[in-house]
Write a protein that binds this ligand. Structure first.
Ligand SMILES: Cc1cc2nc3c(=O)[nH]c(=O)nc-3n(C[C@H](O)[C@H](O)[C@H](O)COP(=O)(O)OP(=O)(O)OC[C@H]3O[C@@H](n4cnc5c(N)ncnc54)[C@H](O)[C@@H]3O)c2cc1C
Length: 269
């Protein structure tokens, strides 16, 4: 199938794109890398009257991250294949809100936020206020996401990341990321544990984190935290995996990424 007809708007700056979104109201969609949107247009799962192409917006092109956020660099290796990663954008992935995507879960684990701009103003949406349902965020139809910000973990923090896929480059059946920091006595002062592929939105695990905070992260305690985290998830079953499988894998991955994060604590990234 081919996409339904649409008006094509090539924006040359964020302000230009915001103006086009205002003009078209609910009828427009932003075109970033197109790696998710174009297939949806071709299948007519999305039928916007206008596409606002932001690839020519030079003011939206900066990425600052690599050395200071190795967790992000690791997670990006798991996103699809190089041709898709070369076209797809970080902001596009985050606002597309696929629950099996890596970056939305990292936005939660790294206390991130999205800057949303519409004509006449800007607002900042915290990660825990962004994800509403599969492929649905709290971004309004006339808002352009102009930036995504991640908060650097505390000095000396360690991180872990793991996912299970059927084939390399597939969306994750289950994925998990963790960040841990310790005080001088070895107790956990900062804990972030996030999952993807286990429900309608990415999940940050309150039970998993509170099982560790203020305590010594012994192997037994890490196991308990992983179990508590997995027990609180409500994964769906589908053609690719049952809910039970996802729960079991989530517990295993949580235990592995927490152990990896602990191992990296106090070491250079
Ligand atoms: C074969 C295949 C495998 C893939 N595997 C993975 C994977 O393993 N993990 C993963 O995370 N992703 C995967 N993806 C998705 C890929 O990473 C997408 O590129 C990404 O999810 C969307 O980014 P994009 O820049 O292409 O956005 P687009 O496709 O251009 O847009 C996606 C949606 O976000 C909206 N949007 C984009 N940018 C903005 C903005 N700045 N402001 C407001 N709205 C905006 C669009 O209007 C659209 O609704 C895969 C894709 C393919 C085709």
């Amino acid at each position: 199938m081919k996409p339904a007809p649409f008006e094509y708007v090539a924006a040359s700056s964020a302000a230009d794109a915001v103006e086009a979104l205002r003009r078209h109201g609910d009828e427009a969609k932003v075109l970033a890398g197109g790696q998710s949107l174009i297939p949806m247009l071709a299948l007519r799962l999305a039928r916007p009257a206008a596409l606002v192409d932001i690839n020519g917006c030079g003011d939206l092109l900066e990425i600052f991250a690599r050395e200071r956020a190795p967790l992000l660099a690791e997670a990006l290796r798991w996103v699809a294949h190089p041709p898709i990663r070369n076209r797809g954008t970080v902001v596009g992935s985050i606002v597309h809100a696929d629950p099996a995507s890596e970056l939305p879960a990292l936005l939660l684990c790294l206390d991130g936020e999205v800057v949303a701009r519409r004509r006449g103003g800007e607002r900042v949406i915290a990660a825990d206020q962004l994800y509403v349902a599969p492929l649905t965020t709290s971004l309004e139809s006339d808002e352009l996401a102009t930036a995504v910000r991640f908060t650097l973990p505390p000095e000396g923090a360690g991180w872990g990341f793991a996912e299970v896929t059927r084939r390399h480059g597939d969306f994750a059946l289950v994925g998990c990321a963790a960040v841990l920091a310790l005080d001088g006595a070895g107790a956990v002062t900062h804990a972030r544990l996030g999952f993807f592929g286990v429900g309608g939105t990415p999940v940050r695990s309150g039970p998993g984190e509170s099982a560790l905070l203020g305590r010594q992260p012994t192997p037994a305690r890490i196991g308990e935290a992983a179990k508590a985290a997995a027990a609180a998830l409500r994964p769906d079953g589908d053609l690719h995996a049952t809910a039970e499988y996802r729960s079991t894998v989530a517990a295993t991955l949580a235990s592995r990424v927490l152990a990896a994060a602990l191992e990296r604590c106090g070491k250079a990234a």
